[in-house]
Design a protein around this ligand. Structure first.
Ligand SMILES: NC(=O)C1=CN([C@@H]2O[C@H](COP(=O)(O)OP(=O)(O)OC[C@H]3O[C@@H](n4cnc5c(N)ncnc54)[C@H](OP(=O)(O)O)[C@@H]3O)[C@@H](O)[C@H]2O)[C@@H](O)CC1
Ligand SMILES: [K+]
Length: 519
């Protein structure tokens, strides 16, 4: 799994390498500039074939230093480069200053009118390089209206390339820094963002993916992960998981029996979706469990999924005396009964997924839930449900990010998992999954894994079912959550446009086949 770095960790990696004598700051900066140029030329062959025009915007730190390197390299290839500096040359940090001094063209102080004059006639083979702010962004950015206007001009607009991160975006949180009461104006959207050594958290969270356009990571001569000081629990990008094989000839009872609780008659669709998901992902047996009145509805709609009856909390307690029922899913379509059923389920000590109504039931009294949760529980809230269970953390996440690094979705979910003592999966295109021991991964449905079709009714119910089905097979909670989340996106991508939630379980077998076939 690839790590997602914070600015602080990136700095620590750089400093460790420099201190160890394996590389100098100047070499890193040169290498960064070379990588940006190489990425540009590889992406737009027309720019490699002949020189064009570039406007290079340099900021007051080392991100600006990278900009000076790229400007020099472009000029060396015959490009016409206009360079603008936002800040004071005398206050540039040493490596950036050295590259400022090596630049033999004009350095024009950034101001909108001068930039607008240059930007006027730029075409689609021309370039604007955003080297204003990178991982050192500490406060909101403003005063770049001409840059914004030039980048947004339609038709033949120039390509915008961001160095490390689009300026204005916090590289830890992917949030746009802005002042209290002021609108969060998105950063100028890049067509390509070239980052160094490893992706930063912000490339995968919140507004980051949209602002970055496309992301490319370049090695700049820093030692690989194994060589750097080990961090307790790095945040990873949730990538293709290892295959989990049911094994030939194993009996269905060896793969667990998952129970999906259902609500009153007429509301059972969500539970059936979850149950179908649990079955497709490999649980040996799956039953929908409902009160007597809901049996006819389910009986008319279910075949491979079985039906079990349980009336109210007492009925559920009696049902759970059967120790073969080893994984539970409560929430999808569960309705008002959730408040009484969840404690029974959690006290039974089974691997348990709580979603939707099972979380909302504790709005206003989340403390009642925390005493019951255990390490085999997985909560799968969307943002609204998360706020009901963790109102204090959600409030911090909603507060204006007026300084960097801003409180991130990763910070929020890690804190929640620690507080709750169980795995939390906070849904979104940037799904964050954290375990109480600090493990954390981001399941990103962005860039080459974008799956906009997942934003449709019922997909969350299927995800809860996927997690439950893996738990039934004996998988540990965090692993079940991350593998389910990855397969959920994979199934959506495989199906593509027109997807409805019923399609997700049906798209799964092909994904599982691929996993099993992968080396
Ligand atoms: N270190 C290395 O070896 C390598 C680093 N590399 C590159 O360096 C980048 C990180 O460089 P960096 O740490 O100097 O931070 P950077 O993003 O340039 O900004 C810092 C400056 O901006 C200022 N400032 C902040 N916010 C502001 C605002 N809103 N408006 C105005 N000013 C604001 C801030 O001021 P301060 O907060 O200190 O007052 C400070 O002066 C990284 O992204 C990568 O591109 C690569 O070359 C590889 C090798
Ligand atoms: K930048």
């Amino acid at each position: 799994m690839a790590d997602l770095l914070t600015a602080a960790r990136m700095r620590a990696i750089e400093n460790a390498a420099i201190k160890a004598g394996s590389v100098t700051g100047a070499q890193l900066m040169e290498s960064a500039g070379e990588c940006v140029l190489a990425a540009i030329l590889a992406r737009w062959p027309g720019m490699a074939a002949a020189p064009h025009r570039a406007l290079v915007l340099c900021g007051p730190g080392n991100n600006g230093g990278d900009g000076f390197v790229v400007a020099r390299l472009l000029r060396g290839r015959g490009w016409t480069v206009a360079l603008f500096l936002a800040g004071d040359a005398d206050r540039l940090p040493p490596d950036a200053r050295a590259n400022h001094d090596r630049w033999d063209g004009a350095v024009t102080p950034y101001e909108d009118t001068a930039f607008a004059r240059e930007a006027g006639p730029l075409g689609p083979q021309d370039l604007i390089l955003d080297a204003l702010f990178g991982t050192g962004l500490t406060r909101p950015v403003d005063g770049f209206e001409a840059f914004r206007a030039a980048a947004q001009r339609g038709g033949g607009r120039p390509k915008v390339v961001a160095v490390d991160v689009p300026s204005g975006l916090c590289s830890d949180s992917g949030r746009v820094l802005h002042r209290e009461g002021a609108p969060a104006e998105p950063p100028v959207r890049a067509d390509l963002t070239v980052s160094f050594h490893a992706e930063k958290q912000g490339h995968r969270l919140a507004d980051g993916p949209d602002a970055c356009g496309a992301i490319q990571v370049a090695p700049i001569g820093l030692p690989p992960r194994a060589d750097i000081a080990a961090e307790d629990s790095p945040v990873t990008l949730n990538e293709r998981p290892e295959a989990f094989d049911k094994g030939e000839g194993a009996h269905k009872y060896a793969h667990g029996h998952a129970i999906v609780l259902s609500g009153p008659p007429g509301t059972g669709g969500a539970a059936r979706l979850a149950a179908r998901g649990a079955l497709r992902i490999g649980a040996g047996l799956v039953s929908v469990c409902c009160e007597d009145a809901a049996v006819p509805e389910h009986a008319a709609r279910l075949d491979a999924v079985m039906i079990k009856r349980a009336n109210g909390a007492d009925g559920l307690a009696r049902l759970l005396e059967d120790s073969r029922l080893n994984a539970l899913c409560l929430g999808p379509g569960l309705g008002q009964g959730a408040r009484d059923l969840v404690p029974v389920a959690l006290k039974a000590g089974r691997a348990t997924v709580l979603d939707a109504d099972a979380l909302t039931a504790f709005a206003g009294d989340p403390g009642a839930l925390f005493g019951l949760l255990h390490e085999n529980a997985v909560l799968t809230p969307h943002a609204g449900e998360f706020g009901r269970v963790f109102p204090d953390i959600a409030e911090r996440l909603a507060a204006t990010p007026d300084h960097g690094p801003a409180f991130s979705k990763i910070d929020a979910v890690r804190e929640a998992a620690k507080h709750a003592g169980c795995t939390i999966l906070l849904k979104g295109p940037d799904t964050v999954i954290a375990a109480p021991d600090g493990r954390c991964t981001v399941n990103s449905a962005h860039y080459d894994r974008a799956a906009p079709w997942l934003a449709t009714a019922g997909t969350g119910d299927v995800l809860a079912g996927f997690v439950t089905g893996l738990l039934a097979q004996g998988m540990e909670a965090f692993d079940a959550a991350r593998i389910a989340a990855w397969l959920h996106v994979e199934a959506a991508r495989r199906f593509g446009p027109g997807l409805i939630s019923e399609d997700l379980p049906e798209a799964l077998p092909a994904c599982l086949r691929d996993l099993a076939a992968a080396p």
